[in-house]
Design a protein around this ligand. Structure first.
Ligand SMILES: Cc1cc2nc3c(=O)[nH]c(=O)nc-3n(C[C@H](O)[C@H](O)[C@H](O)COP(=O)(O)OP(=O)(O)OC[C@H]3O[C@@H](n4cnc5c(N)ncnc54)[C@H](O)[C@@H]3O)c2cc1C
Length: 468
């Protein structure tokens, strides 16, 4: 096959594109695989270590997930964990911290008790933690000075699980391992083209023609893992016109070290965006990071205002988009929340306002402890489904049915990278008539080697002094 011709061409080398590169190289007989990435290295946008919350979402402490959604995410998280722990440099990729979701006040506490009953059979390590038990894991959450805080609190959490991922390191690992796999097979090629931006895609009789500045690639199958830009490329090809993008930026604040692990808060069901949490940043030792906020911004990449025209191309404002925005703004909780999140960006008042939020987690925090995290936090490309006039949460995929797929990946897109890649690989392998090594895939990534299976659950509720 001549160069610049691929069986599978992937656009974007964030964690989604690099996961697909790895899976297709290692577990399929697809021969010529290319990646086009516009920056000089993998994971410079949302998968960059500082641009997301670094959480391996397993579904147990995310109160905005139903049990069905939680179990789907649990499978995805297990794939990622199985890959990461098998790597020689696992300690740079995946991390163990305690984690919990904190309920404050009677209503949230009873919600967490109910959640525990439903979820614990599927999450054997999950514990119901009272004030004293929380104090053993996160003293600054339970205590206010040298006394226990006054308000009622309870938490659901675990202490011995992988909970954090450096998605940037993971992306680099996928690319490296794909190249190692390709080197083992003389008839396989893997090319990663950096510093090339895909401008235009068109359908050709044998597949697709993909144009960057000056180079023209041909591909029999194509998967765009380019964040919000995927929708632009889909529109370019004539697909997904019923979608628009609402970019939701997330900002963070640093404080001195006050948390040992991840402390999430209970989701307000009226809000479409996840509640803030606090946790250690895997690359900033000695500090705690709180966030993310949720701010609508008219760009596709954070701090890159050159992506404004791209946003305008995919936003495609019309009556149906206006209706979705109006429906959001009509809800008082959402309106107040959006307004508050705008104020979180305004110097002078933002720290004062954010302090009120984080004191729900650490009551003794002071204004002087908070520092706005400059140039930290990416953009979640949330889709608006114009046909059904609603804002979609989670990842979205446009499968054209002709060998091209376009992925848009807000949270938990980092956690789902391998599962998402598995779905795409199955579709693309079918299209190309390629084979997947199911046995190896199952053995390496899908095995559940948890200490306990759901069936082993003992039903013991740990509370008070019993929970360590
Ligand atoms: C504030 C925030 C917090 C988050 N927290 C979490 C979390 O805790 N856990 C979790 O699982 N997920 C989280 N996410 C989501 C997660 O970060 C993303 O789902 C994930 O990084 C998406 O990876 P990706 O590869 O699809 O996209 P990206 O990482 O954005 O990569 C897209 C790539 O495509 C390239 N590209 C774009 N257009 C082109 C083009 N035309 N030509 C060539 N290349 C192109 C870009 O340069 C980039 O490298 C969070 C996201 C945000 C914003």
């Amino acid at each position: 096959m001549a160069s610049n011709q691929y069986d599978l061409l992937i656009v974007g080398a964030g964690v989604s594109g690099s996961a697909l590169l790895y899976l297709s190289t290692k577990y399929s007989d697809i021969k010529h695989i290319g990646v086009i990435e516009k920056y000089a290295a993998p994971a410079r946008v949302n998968s960059l270590s500082s641009n997301n919350s670094q959480t391996l979402h397993c579904g147990d402490i995310e109160t905005n997930y139903t049990l069905d959604k939680a179990l789907k995410v649990q499978r995805a998280a297990r794939m990622l964990r199985n890959y990461a722990v098998a790597q020689a440099d696992a300690h740079h990729i995946i991390f163990k911290f305690p984690k919990m979701v904190l309920g404050v006040g009677e209503q949230e506490c009873s919600l967490l008790r109910e959640r525990y009953e439903t979820f614990s059979p599927f999450y054997p390590d999950l514990k119901l933690l009272d004030k004293k038990s929380i104090a053993k894991i996160e003293p600054m959450v339970s205590m206010n000075g040298d006394k226990f805080r006054d308000d009622e609190i309870i938490a659901l959490g675990s202490t011995d699980e992988y909970t954090a991922v450096n998605f940037e390191a993971l992306s680099r690992s996928f690319v490296r391992q794909a190249q190692i796999e390709a080197d083992k097979c003389p008839d396989k090629t893997v090319d990663v083209h950096y510093n090339e931006n895909v401008d235009h895609i068109r359908i050709d009789k044998d597949g697709f023609i993909v144009e960057t500045q000056g180079i023209c690639y041909r591909a029999r199958a194509l998967v765009a893992c380019a964040g919000g830009h995927s929708l632009k490329l889909a529109h370019d090809l004539g697909y997904g016109h019923h979608y628009s993008v609402l970019p939701i930026a997330g900002s963070y604040y640093f404080t001195p070290h006050v948390l040992n692990g991840k402390v999430y808060t209970v989701q307000n069901d009226a809000l479409p965006f996840a509640a803030i949490h606090g946790d250690p940043d895997v690359l900033v030792p000695g500090q705690t990071r709180f966030g993310p906020t949720a701010l609508v911004l008219p760009i596709l990449e954070r701090y890159n205002f050159k992506t404004l025209p791209d946003f305008l191309q995919v936003f495609r404002f019309d009556r149906r988009v206006a209706r979705v925005l109006w429906d959001l703004l009509r809800v008082k909780d959402i309106r107040n929340y959006m307004f508050k999140n705008m104020l979180f960006e305004v110097p002078l008042i933002r720290k004062w306002l954010f302090l009120k939020e984080v004191r729900k987690i650490v009551p003794s925090l002071k204004l002087g402890d908070l520092k706005f995290a400059h140039r930290v936090g990416g953009i979640r490309p949330q889709l608006i489904d114009k046909d059904h006039c609603k804002l979609l949460m989670g990842e979205a995929k446009i499968d054209t049915g002709i060998g091209s797929i376009f992925n848009m990946t807000p949270s938990p897109g980092g956690t789902s990278c391998l599962e998402n890649a598995e779905i795409d690989l199955r579709t693309i392998a079918k299209h190309l008539g390629a084979n997947i090594d199911e046995i190896a895939l199952q053995k390496d990534l899908l095995v559940n080697d948890n200490k306990h299976d759901a069936d082993d659950f003992s039903g013991i509720v740990i509370s008070g002094d019993d929970a360590a």
